[in-house]
Design a protein around this ligand. Structure first.
Ligand code: PMP
Length: 464
């Protein structure tokens, strides 16, 4: 029986992993060819692997470790809560102190009339809640036909049946019979890849008005909500042109539909405010939260809901919930995480200090001959790789071939950057220092150099 230990040889850990652990979003057979990198510990922005290598994590895990790794306060909050009350549910007219305190704190932090929280353990679950909640809301208001939710292609809202359907990832839809009925998609505001000859501003308006056209096509009386990430994360850190969001907000206000802002990545400081909706001046009826809520130290997510929706849902029995909705240990850890974000002024630092420093350095990567665009907001950014900047041309190879080659060079240089197709993305812990930002940029430049040489050697430096 294998024990949890860091002392087995790496090859043995990798063999057990390949034999018994099914990895998310992976081709399992690949692990037989090359074992997974075994991460054993972490502190601040640095990971350590089983070979003792120190790796700069420019992805904050999966966009979530906002306060950085290794904060004892969160370990202590968890231990305290486990001793006092490790679990109790919030069904059947019971509650507990951590869930009360966290709900009240989130109501304080969230903008406008978003004052009520329905908890889950992940972003996927929270978006499943949202789907059922907006449909139930309209049914309770006597408009049972308002059931369709409009989303966007290349959006990511999770990978459960409901949230995967809400998302616009074709690879997810291709497996398991998704999307479920009643979900429609419009195009994303990705000017670099899809803007053609339009200016970014004209393109942003065009994409926003697809929402209006879709509402007209399907009938406002049939539409429950529009869901979107303030900045698409897993789709490649796509920052919409400035014209996009004001127009989307106008349409949502004028038409009788709800707006769900999926803040799973953008929330808790990522864009330089507590929520991306504040940075981009959005007025959601519901915000999806997860990830940075606990900085990933515990699995917790949820939906922050407006007074109006909460009143309607609260008047009926909402037949929905998870065993771990408002889990006391997760809530206690989230509260401690929010205290640290607040007291150490981490969100302000992203807005006023280290955020602008990272932005300036990151934008300088656009000078690299392989980079067409370096776009960044707060501490989430992406580089569009291209063999021909002026034409914004993709590579002739399958999308992602080149991005993967550069990612491999990043890994070899002890830098974790991800690729989405041929965009390289970063989303580092929000506590990253100026010195660490310099290291990140230096390793990224070096990885781009090596990656570009690999691409040329492989004969792939060809516009498609
Ligand atoms: N929404 C967004 C915007 C996300 O980025 C993610 C995860 N990357 C999710 C939802 C799903 O969250 P989870 O993986 O916790 O289910």
């Amino acid at each position: 029986m294998p024990q949890i230990t860091n002392h087995l040889p790496t090859a043995e850990l990798q063999a057990l992993d390949a034999a018994h652990h099914m990895h998310p979003f992976s081709t399992q057979a690949d692990f037989q060819k090359r074992g997974a990198r075994v991460i054993t510990s972490a502190s601040g922005v640095m990971l350590r692997d089983s070979e003792g290598e120190e790796i700069l994590d420019a992805m904050a895990g999966l966009w979530c470790v906002n306060i950085g790794y290794g904060r004892d306060e969160l370990a202590e909050a968890a231990a305290r809560q486990i001793r006092e009350l490790p679990f109790y549910n919030t069904f059947f007219q019971t509650t507990h102190v951590p869930v009360i305190a966290l709900s009240a704190r989130l109501a304080e932090l969230a903008p406008g009339s978003l004052n009520h929280v329905f908890f889950a353990s992940s972003g996927s679950e929270a978006n499943d809640t949202n789907l059922r909640m907006v449909r139930t809301y309209w049914a309770e208001k006597g408009k049972p036909n308002k059931q369709i939710v409009i989303s966007r292609w290349n959006a990511y809202h999770g990978s459960s049946v409901g949230s995967g359907s809400l998302g616009g990832m074709k690879g997810i839809h291709a497996q398991g019979g998704l999307p479920i009925p009643g979900i429609e998609h419009i195009d994303q505001p990705n000017w670099w890849a899809e803007g053609g000859d339009l200016s970014p501003e004209a393109f942003g308006l065009e994409r926003a008005r697809q929402l209006e056209a879709k509402i007209d096509e399907l009938g406002e009386e049939n539409i429950a909500a529009f869901i979107a990430e303030p900045v698409q994360g897993a789709g490649g850190v796509i920052i919409a042109p400035d014209s996009y969001w004001p127009e989307v907000m106008r349409i949502c206000r004028e038409r009788d539909i709800l707006f769900i802002a999926d803040e799973v990545i953008c929330g808790f400081g990522r864009t330089g405010n507590w929520f991306g909706s504040q940075t981009l001046d959005l007025t959601p009826d519901i915000m999806t939260i997860a990830k940075g809520l606990s900085s990933g130290y515990q699995p917790i997510g949820g939906s922050i809901v407006s007074d109006e929706i909460a009143a309607v849902i609260g008047a009926c029995e909402f037949n929905h919930g998870y065993t771990y909705s408002g889990h006391p240990v997760a809530c206690a850890v989230a509260l401690e995480n929010l205290r640290i974000l607040d007291e150490e002024k981490i969100v302000e630092r992203v807005r006023d200090d280290t955020g602008p420093y990272l932005q300036e350095k990151f934008r300088s990567l656009a000078d690299h001959p392989m980079v067409g665009e370096a776009s960044i907001i707060g501490m989430m950014g992406s580089l569009a790789l291209t063999p021909d900047v002026s034409a914004r041309a993709p590579f002739a190879a399958d999308a992602g071939t080149v991005g993967y080659m550069v990612r491999e060079r990043c890994f070899a240089n002890n830098l974790i950057m991800r690729h989405v197709a041929d965009r390289m993305i970063i989303s580092p812990p929000l506590v990253i220092t100026r010195g660490e930002i310099d290291v990140l940029i230096e390793r990224a430049w070096k990885s781009l150099d090596k990656g570009m040489a690999d691409v040329k050697d492989a004969g792939l430096w060809v516009a498609g």
